[in-house]
Design a binder for this molecule. Sequence first.
Ligand code: NAP
Length: 476
Amino acid sequence: MKANYIDGAWKASDQSIENINPSDISDVVDRYARAEKRDTEAAVEAAVKAFPTWSRKTPQQRADALDFIGSEIIARKQELGDLLAREEGKTLPEAIGEVNRAGQIFKFFAGEALRMAGDLVDSIRPGVAVEVTREPLGVVGIITPWNFPIAIPAWKIAPALAFGNTVVFKPAELTPGSAWALAEIISRADLPHGTFNLVMGRGSVIGNAIVEDSRVNAVTFTGSVDTGRRIAATCVGRMAKFQLEMGGKNPLVVLDDADLDTAVNIAVNGAYFSTGQRCTASSRLIVTEGIHDRFVNAVTERLAKLVVGDAREAGTQMGPVVDGRQLNSVREYIEIGQSEGAKLVYGGDRLQLAREGYYLAPALFTETTADMRINREEIFGPVASVIRVADYEQALEEANRTGFGLSSGICTTSLKHALHFKRHAEAGMIMVNLPTAGVDYHVPFGGRKDSSYGPREQGPAAIEFYTTVKTTYLAG
Ligand code: NAP
């Protein structure tokens, strides 16, 4: 059994869960400890105790630790990528890319630890100087989803540690393997005991215990809107700082003047890669009249050729859905779409391959409208809907007609429309002639409306959440 990591020691649990490979459900990746509430309490206590020591380390010591972690992740990206693909189901190249990105994130924040600058300002009073500095928050609770099982933990753990906080980390139960491997690397980074703690277990038990614990100064969460709302309510109740990254219903606008091949590549990548299980996936394809039929035909042709298979097999372009529950939920949405009057022009069937897994043929709906549930709710699977519109103005209106606001894309050769869209699309990230999914690690990430709450993650913007500002007045 792979154990939890609390106060610098590996701690087994009475209970454990099996981590199942969605590409081959007879393959058990490993067994992982399932912590109890008292383990979380011990982890928080250890993190509280470690805070004075860790927060007083020099920036160089923190940078060195993060650099060590980043270097090892990158050096082992093939092996860790294989584990990630095996437990989550994204293709091996995607998984290796995610691992590499996790390593780059640690290295980026190693640098950020050294750039924790402040401001010195003249006071309005004579003889007085004002110094504005940043300090760590204390204990940060980190709760992550299954779809990016190493990159999302990395982009929360790295800044938390870089700026001097201590960490209690709870990964999603569906994908504990990558989280455990990351924790194992961190356990060898020479951090004071209790600086970093891994507590694996159920969200309703372990996640909730972290959120409710008054000794946890801040909570950073990525996951569904429902869980995010619950966490927000608890954090507000006890005045804890929190940050939420949640779902998306991301539009990709395709205008008549778009290059067809480019648009099709972007749509297929954005909607179906990583089996559509990305918060930034293009689930609404908003297409103007003049290119609509050509676009739909070309996407359908591409989907017919898309190789669905074992995530780790060479040549696979789309792996399985992450588990049976998610598969059923996606299939239910396909039935909902059909019952709402949308036309299923491709896919949607469960596929039986040589080894039993949660395989689904990528699905494309046409003749859909904004009021349909398939266009309002996040499906989080390989399903996209085409919304036909008359012109750019209507496309923009449709793009913004959603409760989410994470990423918004446009395919066009018109500078005028690209610039107008950049200014008026209601989303945190805008993609011009690029897929809505796929972002850099050194710039801010986040959205608007129901997609995000609180300061941005990643890049230099991350400091906002993981530190608090102190203003000091100095007279001679
Ligand atoms: P989820 O069900 O909300 O779970 C996310 C995390 O919260 C898991 O670790 C889960 O634990 C935990 N959790 C569940 N109930 C909890 C509670 N009552 N208190 C505290 N923690 C609790 O989401 P998911 O299904 O794993 O992930 C998919 C969602 O994440 C999608 O909506 C997707 O759009 C979103 N996402 C957003 C971003 C972004 O940056 N905006 C990125 C990736 C994914 P267990 O799973 O172990 O129960």
